[in-house]
Design a protein around this ligand. Structure first.
Ligand SMILES: N[C@@H](CCC(=O)N[C@@H](CS)C(=O)NCC(=O)O)C(=O)O
Length: 205
């Protein structure tokens, strides 16, 4: 039995989307953030000591970290190799792995700093002085990478597109995508995928 522990609102919807792309059967357990602190309820700590989401429970294997969950589920279920390149082409696989980890490891941090500085009652020049050029650096990098491609590795949607879509959706919510037309188009394209729409519908219940 596969269960996903999903916290509203946050990155775990992008793992629900992965489950839908893989057409898996799963149970979805929903948690709601505290309206003021925005923290997850302590019941998430009953699942994993960090109390963070996403977490999956796959027949007793408790797994956290969206990138690790993506890599694991694709390895286990995507026998046709639709969502990741074969390891026999090590260079292509390495490039895929780089884009799989990049959003969470490098892009999320500056976005989080930006989000906190926007929420702060006082202007935070130290924070925005760091986050604004970093965000521009990463958005420019992703935009250059995409070029005229449809997805991050080329013309086929792959496991790395989940995380890239997540950080771009966050950038969009923070008003940072203006002027990045390719990124907006990429984001809209991915969020119109039938599996993404099914994930949103499922998480509504
Ligand atoms: N690096 C982790 C981050 C997990 C994480 O921080 N999740 C947030 C939701 S987007 C969370 O659970 N926050 C609730 C809290 O910290 O109380 C991943 O990629 O899964």
């Amino acid at each position: 039995m596969l269960t996903i522990h999903h916290l509203r609102i946050g990155r775990s919807i992008f793992c629900v989307w992965l489950l839908e792309e893989l057409e898996l059967e799963y149970e979805l357990v929903e948690y709601v953030r505290h309206p003021e602190t925005m923290r997850a309820p302590s019941s998430l700590k009953d699942v994993h000591p960090l109390g963070k989401s996403p977490v999956i429970d796959d027949d007793g294997l408790i797994l956290t970290e969206s990138g690790a969950i993506t890599a694991y589920l694709i390895e286990k279920h995507d026998k046709a190799g639709r969502f990741s390149p074969s390891r026999s082409d090590l260079r292509q696989w390495a490039e895929y792995t780089q884009w799989l980890h990049y959003p969470e490891a490098s892009v999320f941090g500056p976005l989080l700093i930006k989000m906190l500085s926007l929420r702060s009652a006082e202007p935070q020049p130290l924070f925005s002085g760091f986050s604004d050029p970093e965000i521009a650096l990463h958005l420019g990098h992703i935009s250059n990478r995409l070029g005229d491609q449809t997805f991050i590795l080329g013309e086929a949607f792959c496991g790395a597109d989940f995380g890239v879509t997540y950080v771009l959706s966050m950038a969009d919510r923070l008003g940072q995508l203006e002027g990045y037309d390719k990124l907006s188009e990429y984001l809209n394209r991915n969020m119109q995928r039938p599996a993404f729409l099914r994930a949103i519908e499922r998480a509504k219940d």
